[in-house]
Design a protein around this ligand. Structure first.
Ligand SMILES: Nc1ncnc2c1ncn2[C@@H]1O[C@H](COP(=O)(O)OP(=O)(O)OP(=O)(O)O)[C@@H](O)[C@H]1O
Ligand SMILES: [Mg+2]
Length: 341
């Protein structure tokens, strides 16, 4: 097992507000592996930005330890801390560009602060602007750009110092859906081409669905669930997670419909989950042909998560109990995950 590039160990953060203490993060434990695209999702006020700000030491924990590459940010001197910070880039919801400076200058800022010479800066900035597809905008000002273009400048600036970690705080929340997808694809390319670890904060599950490998779900300062995106989308354990998943994947029937079905005799309503290959087999066809049960398909939906097909179906099986049981046994052996509705 690799050592995580970012590790939270029993981290809590308390803010003082008008003399009262407010627990913004409560005993967070989290490991993010190198090369991951890690999503952190939660409602407003859940503590997402606070968590992100602990990674690049804009905040420090009230309890516990944040480790970057195995090094505790709490136990090192200023020079070492600056070295760690240089290795972390960040992009923001509202881009945080200097409007009085050109696109070129905005991207150059981290390099100027590092004391790089002019020729180096010119070459690196132009290379980055080409990479984010803004080679022709070097002399433009931020106000002359669209939101998507501004975020591309933000991304180029964050990459200027060659970081190994890129933090994204609601980086697509101010963008329209089409531009959001373009920016997410760019982040994915950065991850794949340069192996940069991306930590991405969002309140939109569609963002997690599109590019994250792993995800942590936060509510009221707590980490309520974390894991692989595909597993978490398929079988959310926590109600907060389930409601985020349902915002992009509909897999529920109206409650009254469920109640009506449950009243019926010799019947069982099941939620079937098909993952990957299982979603491409004629399993239901086989079920209908080979088992003496009636199959009533109440709902079906197919999505793609992490390039894998994730299918949900809600079916009502009607017939003798023994026949229904053997039909369920068949579905199990065919690799379908089954739960009662
Ligand atoms: N510097 C601070 N002083 C006092 N309270 C703070 C401070 N920073 C954050 N908080 C509080 O901590 C809680 C978590 O804030 P945080 O900004 O991390 O939430 P968030 O999940 O990023 O929300 P949003 O989605 O709205 O950005 C909030 O209740 C916030 O008011
Ligand atoms: Mg925030």
């Amino acid at each position: 097992m690799n050592n995580p590039i970012i590790s939270f160990q029993n981290v809590s953060k308390t803010f003082s507000r008008k003399g009262e203490n407010f627990l913004a993060l409560d005993n967070i434990n989290l490991d993010i592996n190198k090369g991951d695209i890690f999503g952190i999702i939660g409602a407003s006020g859940a503590g997402k930005s606070t968590l992100l700000r602990l990674i690049n030491h804009l905040e420090s924990p009230s309890h516990g330890t944040v480790l970057i590459n195995g090094v505790s940010l709490q136990g090192i001197n200023k020079k070492q801390l600056n070295d760690v910070k240089k290795d972390i880039g960040m992009i923001f919801q509202h881009f945080n560009l200097l409007n009085s400076r050109t696109v070129f200058h905005n991207v150059a800022i981290p390099l100027i602060l590092q004391g790089r010479d002019k020729a180096f800066i010119h070459e690196r900035v132009m290379e980055l602007l080409e990479f984010v597809n803004l080679g022709d905008k070097a002399q433009s000002y931020p106000d002359e750009l669209s939101g998507g273009q501004k975020q591309r400048v933000g991304i180029a600036r964050a990459l200027a110092g060659n970081p190994s970690i890129l933090l994204c705080d609601e980086a697509t929340s101010a963008l329209d859906p089409h531009t959001t997808v373009q920016i997410l694809l760019l982040l994915q390319e950065i991850n794949q081409r340069y192996g940069i670890t991306i930590v991405l904060i969002t309140h939109e599950m569609s963002v997690v669905q599109k590019i994250c490998h792993n995800v942590a779900v936060m509510a009221d300062g707590h980490m309520v669930e974390q894991g692989n995106v595909l597993a978490l989308f398929g079988q959310p354990q926590n109600t907060v997670t389930a409601s985020f998943v349902q915002s992009v994947i509909h897999d529920r029937l109206p409650e009254q419909t469920v109640a009506r079905i449950k009243q019926q005799k010799d019947s069982r309503a099941l939620r079937l989950e098909f993952v990957g290959q299982t979603a491409q087999q004629p399993i239901v066809n086989q079920l209908i042909r080979e088992y003496p049960v009636q199959v009533n398909i109440l709902f079906a939906n197919m999505s793609e998560v992490q390039n894998t097909i994730l299918g949900f179906m809600i079916v009502q099986l009607r017939g003798e109990t023994a026949h229904i049981d053997s039909a369920i046994h068949y579905l199990h052996t065919a690799g379908v995950k089954i739960s009662d509705v």
